[in-house]
Design a protein around this ligand. Structure first.
Ligand SMILES: [Zn+2]
Length: 263
């Protein structure tokens, strides 16, 4: 699992590691997948935004396109970590800009997941709170949202069915499934299911529901492995293109005449 992190310039390495380390340890523990991070620094003290249909503030599509440009399969997840004081989607800055819409009673949002929104990757817009546990919860929450989409896109595995059959052993859960089915975002991430709690709501319980990721560990491993295959195929294609271009260049050089074009 390869992640690209755009870190706001005011977030220190120490603060970043306080989030990435427990995230990595828990994902490794319950899925046997080791996240790898590439970190790039950005200034998010004034980023482009749009209002959505709910009058929430979200990063402008042009910004998402810029941050995911050329990513393809080289990274599976792209995180945009905006330092809490710079966050435009909740808090003081949000209150100031939402007045423009005439809907200035909203609480705002702490993050959003965009799966395959562009360039074959998952983009996660996250507030990076001063309190590291909260920043970790937002990162983990938005990453979790992408997993059903990841598995169905990469390896055509429906993790809703897997979760449902795993949890069906419990009569209470079976009754819930009979009435509602199982929906990953609603039930696992937002904790509507009696087996789960909303990820990030209770600050005392860090990385809520993480143990149950073991149920979908295998499809997750397969999905990331599939992306590595696609990454290497893409690289091979571009290497082939480079070889063809080089061969052409060699032919051009061999056919070159001293300042006189062929006639
Ligand atoms: Zn959510």
């Amino acid at each position: 699992m390869k992640c690209l992190v755009y870190k706001d310039s005011s977030i220190s390495d120490k603060r970043l590691q306080a989030v990435l380390t427990p995230f990595t340890n828990n994902i490794k523990k319950y899925t046997d997948i080791t996240p790898a991070f590439t970190v790039e620094q950005r200034f998010f003290n004034n980023y482009a935004y749009v209002f959505d249909n709910d009058y929430d503030v979200r990063p402008a599509p042009s910004l998402i396109a810029e941050l995911t440009r050329g990513i393809g399969y080289t990274h599976d997840h792209v995180f945009m970590f905006v330092d809490e004081p710079n966050w435009l989607s909740a808090g003081e800055k949000f209150d100031a800009i939402q007045k423009k819409t005439g809907h200035n009673k909203k609480k705002g949002i702490w993050g959003t997941n965009y799966s395959y929104a562009g360039n074959s990757t998952h983009f996660h817009y996250c507030r990076f709170d001063t309190e590291s546990v909260k920043a970790l919860e937002t990162m983990y929450h938005e990453w979790s949202h992408s997993l059903d989409s990841l598995c169905s896109t990469e390896v055509a595995i429906n993790i809703n069915s897997l979760m449902e059959s795993y949890l069906d052993r419990e009569p209470l859960y079976r009754a819930y499934h009979n009435a509602n089915g199982f929906r990953w975002d609603r039930d696992f991430v937002h904790g509507a299911h009696p087996a789960f709690a909303y990820i990030g709501r209770d600050p005392k319980r860090v990385m809520e529901n993480v143990e149950t990721l073991s149920v979908i560990a295998e499809p997750l491993q397969k999905a990331y492995a599939q992306r590595r295959k696609l990454e290497s195929m893409t690289r091979k294609v571009s290497m082939l293109e480079t070889i063809i271009k080089l061969q052409r260049k060699v032919r051009e050089l061999l056919n070159r005449k001293n300042g006189v074009g062929r006639v």
